[in-house]
Design a protein around this ligand. Sequence first.
Ligand code: DOR
Ligand code: ZN
Length: 349
Amino acid sequence: MPVSLRAPDDFHVHFRQPPLLGTIVSDTARWFGRALVMPNTVPPITTADRLAAYRRDIEAAVGEGCPFEPLLTFKVVQGLADEQVRALAAAGAIGGKLYPQGVTTHSEDGVFDVASLAAVFEAMEELDLVLEIHAEAPGAFSLDREIAYLPTVEWIVRRFSHLRIVIEHVSSRDMLAALADLPPRVAATVTVHHLLLTLDDVIGGDLRPHHFCKPIAKRSADRDALCAAVLSGDPRVFFGSDSAPHPRSAKESDCGCAGIYTAPVAVPLLAEFFERAGLPLTESALPPQSACLESFVSRWGAEFYRLPLNERTITLSESQWVVPDDYDGVVPFRSGAKLRYDIATGGEA
Ligand code: DOR
Ligand code: ZN
């Protein structure tokens, strides 16, 4: 039976830059109504002009007639001025992304002195922009890096008492537990790969470079805690894929890049994930706050960002397909696997 649900939103995606951008945007636009686009381009999105140019590149790739809407962010870097933040907001940014220095792809220009950015955070608070945080402490041991950044997150939460914050791609039981003690203006995104992988899937047998990402997948207890949070229907835990394509040669390399390309497979994998847990895919006939695929991908994130819910629907059809080995030189997550759901036609809700 085909299943219709409100078009999903992906609240964390990497679109890169032309020419790769041109080929990967459509993999997100096919499945999602909107996506929050990360600013770790080269050079980074730190000015209104760059943001406007990046939007044009994305819109050109989306093409006319496709209802997909990119949601843009800027990068919070040392020395960013509050006037720049105001100009970025006027150009349409809805969030600013904080990368601690050196923790992931293109974060060499990241933040090393959070307190020095007080004027930026105050401007964001005033403009009602969301601060997205890659919460990993530079230099800490890989598996402890996320929780080691908690004191910095807590300092920002305390000091800027109206700022809305998203802890991106939460990957550990301890960070999830900490989220519960933070105010409701703090939320977290969860990726599909962190729901399905542990560190053993990266290095437990042969080395699997296409399972390598930051933050690294951790212990079973961490994955189980993420699954439980998503399956509980917690509205502060919503979907952000962190779909992060790199050319095959940059992954299968002596010094391989972190990032997993999940855009083409995220929704069907999540549908199977909810079904395995015995939960419904859609909200129909459910009381509000119930757990299902549709709330996780199409409601909680939009509500946190104070965006209208998508009115368009997508239809999932039960038609098995095999994930290709390659999307324009990028190896997708679960390549070669058989997936049960594909996307059928769209329509109005
Ligand atoms: O695995 C990752 N890849 N994590 C990030 O935080 C960045 C991303 C990328 O840009 O490749
Ligand atoms: Zn990311």
